[in-house]
Design a protein. Structure first.
Length: 538
């Protein structure tokens, strides 16, 4: 923005804001004054409703008779305005209007008066004054229910409309009133001196607020004016510094691109530099293109159910801060994909401070090949060298997970434990090579006789175990019998024909791994004791 336009905009903004402040404070003042007026209106409405309720109470009895007392005269405007009791006592009739008149005489105090009034009063005492006549005319002409004003003598004046009801026609029918017509009103006067005091108080506060905000706004405007001047003086220095920073950035980028590992620089959570190695991995020709596609490198992290693999947030903590804290104590890794292929990386982070500004340098060293070699070694360690089946150690690890799965899903879990009958004869008669051949053949038969999801392991010697997920005892017994028949029918080229004994059991909810394996072992023992070459369930 050019300098002249900048200053023009500054002072136009000052004038505009000042106008808004004046308008806003004026609106605030008006709303507060209106609120104070509403308080007076609510007070008058409450008094009016009290009198209406009194009149309704009287009207529902068609007027009430009271004892004649000194000073109480019968209403000359009422027919049958007195009655005599059997004891000769005189009772005077009080109708709603007469009651309101008497209550107004009794209730009038210095700061509160009310009376009944009408443009066509039956009782001359109910003749309206100037304001009451004006209010009644406004109510009639504009179909209002009330009218009020605040007079110069600090008095709030209110008139509420009296609507003709059926009970009113007893006295007013000859005036041609109909039900629903407005025949008069109740006038209420309240002291409004407190209202005037509040108004003066509001005006004073609004004026002070305007002066304060104007002073504050003017101070800010002058400070901005001064700042603009300072900025103009610093502009050339900033341009020189920017050129120097850009030169440093280009040099740093060249250094980053020379590294074969992934290398990124972060300013807070924002990636400000990335080498070509990582950009090529994501098929991006620039950092901007990468950030448009992924926003952050953490968006490319594949979630792995392993606490050592990073995701964008680890236990609620951002991966950058988590890596800084844990990289020395944990073997943290990252999984990313390239052309649907899993690629594993070991991240390292380094904090550097340049001119009091902190940056984070993160290096991702690829370890895919190393992990693959480790996996092969682990797989070899968990398998039986002769049969290539999983070994006993691996079996217990898998069984623990299968028990957890069964309990979580409520699906049945069964196990088969089997043993070659009289296997010692094979080794003694045909030699250990033939014995090894028989064991390997049995492993093949087990694979063919079980299902894809069943887990087979060599327990040790001539004993084997099979876990059957989502399989109840009856189904497991069928599979065990199938295995037994297939072994019995199989032609072994060495060691002679073979037979097996099998124990079968089903997992019982909440039992331990030990009790589960003990029961299947008991079932196998029973199969051997009861004649061998058979399936026994427990």
């Amino acid at each position: 923005m050019k300098n002249k336009n900048k200053y023009f905009f500054l002072y136009v903004s000052f004038i505009t804001l000042l106008s808004f402040i004046i308008y806003g404070t004026e609106t605030l003042r008006d709303k507060n004054i209106e609120f104070q007026k509403e308080i007076l209106v609510k007070q008058a409405q409450t008094h009016f409703k009290d009198q209406i309720n009194n009149r309704k109470w009287n009207a529902q009895f068609g007027g009430v008779f009271v004892k004649e007392i000194k000073g109480l005269k019968a209403n000359s405007y009422l027919k049958k305005n007195t009655i005599k009791t059997e004891d000769g006592e005189t009772l005077v009739k009080i109708n709603p209007a007469w009651m309101t008149r008497q209550l107004s005489d009794l209730s009038n105090i210095e700061n509160f008066q009310f009376k009944i009034t009408s443009l066509n009063p039956i009782n001359p005492a109910n003749k309206p004054d100037k304001f009451e006549a004006k209010a009644l005319k406004m109510i009639l002409d504009h179909n209002l229910t009330e009218y009020y004003e605040i007079e110069n003598n600090n008095k709030f004046r209110y008139v509420g409309a009296l609507v003709t009801t059926k009970s009113c026609l007893e006295c007013h029918a000859y005036e041609n009133y109909k039900i629903g017509d407005i025949r008069g009103g109740i006038s209420i006067d309240l002291d409004a001196s407190n209202y005037e005091s509040v108004i003066h108080y509001i005006d004073d506060k609004v004026l002070k607020l305007r002066l304060f905000i104007t002073f504050l706004l003017l101070s800010i405007t002058l400070l901005l004016h001064k700042q603009f001047k300072n900025n103009e003086n610093l502009k050339s220095k900033i341009e020189d510094a920017t050129k120097e920073i850009l030169s440093t950035k280009y040099l740093l980028q060249e250094v980053l691109d020379a590294d074969h590992s992934f290398l990124m620089v972060f300013d807070g959570l924002d990636t400000i530099l990335a080498n070509k190695t990582i950009l090529r991995f994501f098929d991006c020709d620039s950092l901007d293109a990468f950030k448009k596609e992924y926003t952050s490198i953490s968006n490319a992290f594949v979630k792995v159910e392993n606490k050592n693999f990073l995701t964008e947030y680890v236990n609620g903590e951002h991966w950058l801060s988590y890596l800084q804290k844990e990289q020395e104590s944990k073997a943290l890794k990252v999984l990313m994909k390239k052309d649907a292929e899993d690629r594993y990386f070991k991240p390292h982070i380094k904090k550097v401070v340049i001119e009091n500004k902190t940056f984070l340098i993160v290096i991702f060293d690829e370890i895919t090949e190393e992990l693959h070699k480790i996996k092969i070694l682990k797989d070899k360690a968990s398998r039986d060298a002769l049969t290539k089946l999983f070994n006993k150690g691996k079996f217990f690890d898998v069984l623990s997970h299968e028990i957890l799965l069964s309990e979580a899903t409520g699906s049945p879990l069964s196990m088969i434990f089997l043993d070659i009958d009289h296997f010692k004869i094979v080794n003694d008669t045909y030699g250990h090579d033939s014995g090894d051949y028989v064991l390997k053949e049995l492993a093949k038969i087990l694979h063919k006789s079980t299902r894809k999801g069943d887990f087979i392991a060599r327990w040790g010697g001539e004993e084997f175990v099979v876990t059957l997920q989502a399989t109840d005892l009856k189904e497991a017994e069928v599979i065990a019998e199938k295995i037994r028949v297939n072994v019995e029918k199989h032609i072994f080229l060495e060691g002679g024909n073979q037979k097996i004994s099998l124990g079968v059991t089903q997992f019982i909810a909440c039992e331990t791994l030990e009790s589960f394996t003990k029961r299947v072992d008991d079932a196998l023992y029973k199969a051997k004791k009861s004649g061998r070459n058979r399936v026994v369930t427990l």
